[in-house]
Design a protein around this ligand. Sequence first.
Ligand code: GAP
Length: 514
Amino acid sequence: MEQKEDLLKEIISHAKEYGFIFPSSEIYDGLSATYDYGQLGVELKNNIKTFWWKAMVQMHENIVGIDAAIFMHPKTWKASGHVDAFNDPLIDNKDSKKRYRADVLIEDYIEKIRQKIEKEVEKAQKRFGDAFDEEQFRSTNPNVLRNIEKIQSIEERMKSTLENNDLEGVYNLIVDLEIVCPLSGTKNWTEVRQFNLMFSTELGSVSGEASTIYLRPETAQGIFVNFLNVQKSGRMKIPFGIAQIGKAFRNEIVARQFIFRMREFEQMEMQFFCRPGEEMKWYQYWKDSRIKWHKSLGLGEKNYRFHDHLKLAHYANAACDIEFDFPMGFKELEGIHSRTDFDLKQHENLSGKKLQYFDPEINESYVPYVVETSVGLDRMFLSVLSSSYTVEKLADGSERTVLKIPFILTPNKVAILPLTKKDGLPEKANEIWNRLKFDFTCQYDEKDSIGKRYRRQDATGTAYCITIDHQTLEDNTVTLRHRDTMIQSRISADELLVKLSETCNWSNFLKEFD
Ligand code: GAP
């Protein structure tokens, strides 16, 4: 665990050093849980957005996108349930004065039991070697079974207390499990209270005429209130989806773990409107489709797992998370929710406007059911960054730090490096830069030795380095160096565009993914 925490620290410092992520308003000592994306961070972020948008909107004929306003009529949040029910159960430790989400304390406790199980399995694997039957071990070992039972019983208690808003029950669970404050190490807890997560502000400049409005806590509601506008203007037939990428804001009490939990973050959400009764089919479809999207990036199949929700949100009849193995362990990356007709019906009730669809195939009007996929862009960023960060020992005993970001996402596809600053090499390098700039983000670098320049490019994840030397002037060939294998090959400068397209071009990548 400690090793993993160190890894997160290393990644945070690497991200700052190389221009991926800076603490927000750092010159004023920063603002907690708020970050700025730097020159390379914004490129990676844009590429993640592009992949999502292309896979969800461009590659589905029945999905379109919108970009709704962040501010919405305050009744929106009454209708969605956020005013009354978007709360976190909070508990304070009286000694450290630190505030925690009660459910997170319990989940962390459960995670520790899970880790015990995994250690037990690992130990047995080492003991039995090739003869080890993991499935049999997990289903028969008394320690593993006892711990699984323990997890189940805690989860059941947590589910029932949270669902019934039984805050005393949540408190009792924390006391019974003897959970201690990670800071003070004591069990000196306050009672559990509910805390609304929405940021509010005042609309209007004249005192007295102002009314409270909220910064949206999810992008989804901008889609719901536009459901009929899009359906009618786009002549959409059910089933169809509306997608959106945008900022969301939550007054997270336990904002921590770098960009994993922020107060201002970005979501990539898609609401899929379907016939009532067909939502489970689409729920399964989107579960399969989204996990395929994630795995296609090649960050490691083992890094993903599904987690079915025990505590369903107020709007859902089925829900799961796609979890990723972050440096802090497996945590939610994306949510997939079957939201029934809850939101549209609520908006009908509060607005007094009908939000129904006439289905010509069955000659009936109805409020559609909705399956949503919602992935945090910043969490996607962290999943890519953390799984790409590698420190390698090289054959000559030296070390290199390399960000093995998938080529399609990496900020710079190519670095163009003239061997020296003279003899016409920079001019030739510029010529190549000018040819490639229309298709790929390229970086030009002529400072320091070529070895140092390679290291700098490795540290920022640049897919290829192109070195221009004196031979280039004679026969128009360059050295092309692959980031991961470090293999260098001599190819004609005229072949660069085709060669780079093989791995860095969207259409090639998407054809593989499809
Ligand atoms: N519209 C449904 C919805 O908002 P959610 O599970 O609350 O569902 C969806 O959020 C995704 O948004 C999460 O899976 C996570 O990736 C991201 N997310 C939520 N809160 C976040 C935060 N405070 N910081 C960064 N990302 C967050």
